[in-house]
Design a protein around this ligand. Structure first.
Ligand SMILES: Nc1ncnc2c1ncn2[C@@H]1O[C@H](COP(=O)(O)OP(=O)(O)O)[C@@H](O)[C@H]1O
Ligand SMILES: N[C@@H](CCC(=O)OP(=O)(O)O)C(=O)O
Length: 366
């Protein structure tokens, strides 16, 4: 790893670094991170910042709430977001821009492409995109829920070379170091497997979300896109000197040698399977190469409730998974078509809407 070889990176900053005392924002720990970002940019590396901290920053505006419920957390996020942006903005001598996203935005292919374009346009014009989840408006079904996974989705969208997750611990330990004195730091992870997940516990601070578990999930998403990922200690100013010297100050997760194709990665790690289309057992998944298209005639069963634009799994009746794809029809419409005795309705739907799945929006599973 070396900062001078990176063309584009995503830096994720956890809540404890932004509002360490939950009395609004503090620039104490952010200064070193801001200097690191400025140095990377000066070296020609584009930077996207994913910043947590809106809830922690807004908390002090609601002093009588020891255990805030979800509505209060949303209000805290709304109250703290502007403060958090203003705190970052003061530390930079270049302009920044705010993007507030939900999983609902990222898992819709058109909106995902639009987000991608906006990030690139901001970067190409010298702005620093600062991204957070839109906590104030999002609902349970539509949220990513933690900024570790959000930062990995953003890193994939931005086609980043590296994802640096700045937290309140040095990196991944064999067990939670805040609870176990004998925990030891893991310097490098070449393969994320069940043993690695078994080391990860949840957050122990009152402001963190997800703990190490969501960071490993994020690392898994990122490395499969070919993005080297690091968990580092944002409290320690020396972390950023080490990074600039090409050293590993925390835990480094090695990227895949052969990254997943972009569309398959998005279908696997960002979009969510909302249902299944079962096709005949002799159906082959050559939709991509042969420009063929799946129609409602090819489907023998429909599972789950999905809407137009949702991602579905295409599989054979024997269980073989063939592809993940965007459905141009809702499950409701497919059931209705299947219930019709004649073909007229299906033909009309096909003429109006086109194929059930087009070759542009399908990722063949190898
Ligand atoms: N194996 C582990 N190694 C390191 N930290 C761990 C581990 N398991 C759980 N943790 C917890 O994860 C916390 C970091 O996650 P979190 O609180 O969500 O921080 P952030 O706000 O930076 O996302 C640590 O402070 C620690 O309490
Ligand atoms: N979106 C939330 C942060 C969620 C989150 O993942 O927090 P953290 O674990 O501190 O990175 C906020 O701005 O408060």
């Amino acid at each position: 790893m070396s900062t001078s070889h990176w063309k584009r990176i995503v830096v994720k900053v956890g809540s404890a670094l932004i509002a360490p005392h939950q009395q609004g924002c503090s620039s104490h720990y952010l200064l070193g991170i801001a200097q690191f970002i400025a140095t990377c940019r000066a070296q020609g590396c584009q930077v996207v910042l994913v910043s947590s901290g809106s809830v922690a920053a807004g908390k002090h505006r609601f002093p009588d709430t020891a255990e805030p419920n979800i509505s209060l957390k949303k209000a805290m996020a709304a109250a703290g977001q502007a403060d958090m942006m203003a705190t970052w903005d003061k530390l930079f001598d270049f302009p920044s821009a705010q993007l507030l996203l939900t999983h609902g935005d990222l898992r819709d292919r058109d909106r995902y492409i639009s987000i991608k374009n906006t990030i690139f346009t901001l970067l190409d014009n010298g702005l620093l995109p600062i991204i957070n989840e839109n906590d104030a408006v999002t609902a349970a079904k539509l949220r990513v829920g933690d900024n570790d996974n959000l930062s990995a989705m953003v890193a994939a969208a931005a086609d980043a070379d590296a994802l640096i997750i700045c937290s309140d611990v040095k990196g991944l330990y064999t067990k939670n170091p805040n609870l176990h004195e004998d925990a030891t730091l893991i310097k490098q992870v070449s393969e994320i497997n069940a043993d690695i997940y078994a080391m990860a516990g949840g957050a122990t601070s009152s402001v963190g979300t997800g703990g190490m578990l969501t960071k490993i999930e994020a690392a898994e998403k990122a490395v499969s896109h070919g993005i080297e990922t690091m968990i580092v200690d944002g409290f320690d100013a020396d972390t950023f000197n080490q990074l600039l010297k090409g050293q590993n100050p925390g835990t480094l997760f090695k990227p895949y040698d052969v990254p997943m194709k972009d569309l398959l990665h998005w279908m696997t790690h960002t979009s969510q399977i909302q249902g299944e289309l079962i096709v005949e057992n002799d159906f082959s998944a050559d939709l991509e190469e042969h420009d063929t298209q799946l129609t409602s005639d090819d489907v023998v069963a429909v599972r789950g409730n999905f809407s137009v634009g949702d991602t579905v799994l295409v599989r054979k009746g024997d269980g073989t998974k063939l592809a993940k794809a965007k459905s141009n029809y809702s499950s409701c419409l497919l059931h209705f078509i299947a219930d019709q005795e004649d073909r007229e309705f299906a033909n009309n739907a096909q003429q109006k809407t086109g194929p059930l799945i087009s070759d542009k929006n399908i990722a063949i599973l190898e």
